[in-house]
Design a protein around this ligand. Structure first.
Ligand code: SPV
Ligand code: MG
Length: 434
């Protein structure tokens, strides 16, 4: 009788280790086993980016000989799968009792209760071999050949690629590891933005291309050492064409996915100053020449050169922005970034709508710093493919640090400041052992 029972277990992994085999063997004891393989789009919302395709993941499960059937699970939550299969048992490792995954466990229990299905939890295997396998996948994802192409892969998988500013190993770890569960939805950042403003600010310097490329590469390396997510470098103006082509190759070799260069010339000032400071836009001809030279220099298909248009920042109008967008894409730009410092997203929407009438393919990047009430979904509706949260980590850390310094000075001790501080044990839990 027992063998007629239906059992379901879902896997979100690129390798089968002893822990998974343990779960599968347990599942087999309960009946006919269907194994769900979480699809790529769902997997990347709360787990690592897959290093093998979904078909390979399906085959990997079948090759264990312990699954009677394999199916694709399209959502992190189990509502649809349970409704479809009504399994007698769901088997899962007990590791989902902690952290954001608790929400998935609750979802499963709630669904099983509706018809008397049962959850069976198997003790999670925490062996040295499992730890090493996990560390190996992380290492693989961090390799230039895997990391570099990931931005293009994400642009195909995600309605909007979400990018957060990083300027150090620690901020890199926050970008890498922060996963939230909110109202039954999971999310994490897809990529990292190596902002010139924040990299300069972290060094206490102005954002005027004073922090040179060698120093920026040092920061990239710090971030790369401890993360796996793709990196978009804020390349400022790209500098001299002769220097730009050299830098493109270096970035590619390092495993950076994209560089964004802005169409300004002379002493670059940060765009958020707008017309309050003197800023000169490059000519279309010069900037197209730079884009072409960069594209000719790169050696992989994967690296992206993204052209940033400053027309709206410099109040040159929509017409100018659009003219430049088409010229830059014709010159070979892999994507365009439209920047604005208005409080409302209207001018960005108007630009995107007009651009999308003629070009449905080229990815459009937006940086909603000043127009921060806009949602990712609203931007996506107007054809934005990638959103950059360009400086929020720096802006949150600075006042917190300043506050602490003031508290200590006022009280001549650290007790009062301590209430707002995170224990160091918690901070170092972010840091991986090798
Ligand atoms: C940066 O983050 O350095 C940028 C975006 O270039 S902005 O500061 O808005 O110009
Ligand atoms: Mg910048």
């Amino acid at each position: 009788m027992k063998s007629l029972k239906t059992v379901y277990t879902c896997f979100c992994t690129d390798v089968i280790h002893e822990g998974h085999l343990n779960i599968l063997r347990k599942a087999k004891e309960y009946g006919q086993v269907t194994v769900g393989v979480l699809c790529d789009a769902a997997m990347i919302k709360y787990n690592r980016f897959p290093t093998i395709t979904m078909d390979e993941r399906k085959k990997m499960i079948l090759d264990t000989g312990l699954a009677d059937a394999v199916m694709v699970q399209n959502e992190i939550m189990y509502d649809h799968v349970i409704e479809q299969l009504r399994p007698d048992y769901i088997i899962h490792g007990d590791n989902w009792r902690e952290g954001p995954e608790r929400a998935i466990r609750s979802n499963v229990i709630k669904n099983l209760e509706t018809y008397g299905g049962e959850l069976v939890e198997v003790g999670y295997t925490r062996s040295e071999t499992v730890r090493k396998i996990d560390a190996n996948i992380r290492e693989k994802l961090a390799m230039p050949e895997y990391r570099r192409k990931r931005l293009r892969q994400l642009l195909k998988l995600r309605p909007v690629v979400k990018t957060i500013e990083v300027h150090s190993g620690l901020t890199g770890l926050i970008a890498e590891k922060t996963v939230v569960e909110h109202n039954g939805e999971f999310d994490q950042f897809d990529a990292m933005w190596l902002s010139s403003l924040c990299d300069s600010t972290a060094k206490g310097k102005p954002d005027i291309e004073l922090v040179d490329m060698s120093s920026r590469m040092r920061t990239i390396d710090d971030v790369m050492e401890v993360t796996t997510k793709p990196i978009i470098l804020d390349g400022d103006t790209g500098g001299l064409v002769e220097h730009f082509i050299y830098n493109v190759r270096t970035l590619e070799r390092m495993g950076v996915s994209a560089v964004i260069i802005e169409d300004k010339t002379g002493l670059k000032k940060n765009s958020l100053f707008g017309t309050e400071v003197e800023q000169t836009q490059d000519s279309i001809e010069n900037f197209c020449h730079k884009i072409r030279a960069g594209k000719n220099a790169q050696r992989t298909e994967e690296f992206m050169i993204i052209a940033r248009i400053e027309s709206l920042i410099l109040e040159k109008g929509q017409e100018d922005a659009l003219k430049r967008a088409f010229a830059y894409t014709d010159a070979g730009a892999d994507a365009i970034m439209i920047h604005s410092r208005k409080k409302s997203a209207e001018e960005v929407f108007a630009f995107c709508d007009a651009f999308r009438k003629k070009d449905r393919e080229t990815p459009v990047v937006a940086v909603p710093t000043s127009y921060n009430s806009v949602t990712e979904a609203e931007l996506a509706e107007h054809g934005v493919s990638l959103v950059i949260y360009a400086n929020q980590l720096t802006r949150s850390a600075f006042p917190a640090m300043q506050d602490t310094a003031m508290e200590i000075l006022k009280n001549h001790r650290a007790l009062e400041a301590d209430a707002k501080l995170m224990p160091f044990q918690k901070i170092i839990s972010l840091i991986d052992d090798m």
